[in-house]
Design a protein around this ligand. Structure first.
Ligand SMILES: [Zn+2]
Length: 83
């Protein structure tokens, strides 16, 4: 999936980062990410295309420093939705 931080916030999505190396996962604070990277920063998370990226930077696991990471998007208040 690919989108921007802004589109995730406006769609009330929840973004969860997942590490395939150690199985660590954590919810991403989109408001904080928007302040750091800007709302137009891209969010890309797909296990088969390398590490999850936000604003073009690879997501590194906080637990094991691995880069085998992906994002999961969950609909927030919307009944369903895809980017
Ligand atoms: Zn990890």
């Amino acid at each position: 999936m690919t989108g921007t931080i802004e589109s995730l916030i406006s769609g009330r999505y929840r973004l969860t980062a997942h590490c395939h190396g150690c199985n660590h996962s954590a919810e991403v604070d989109l408001e904080t990410m928007a302040r750091i990277y800007g709302g137009a920063a891209s969010v890309r998370g797909s296990a088969d295309r390398g590490p999850a990226r936000i604003g073009g930077r690879a997501l590194v696991c906080q637990e094991c420093a691995g880069r085998n990471t992906s994002f999961r998007v969950s609909p927030g208040d919307l009944p369903s939705g895809r980017l």
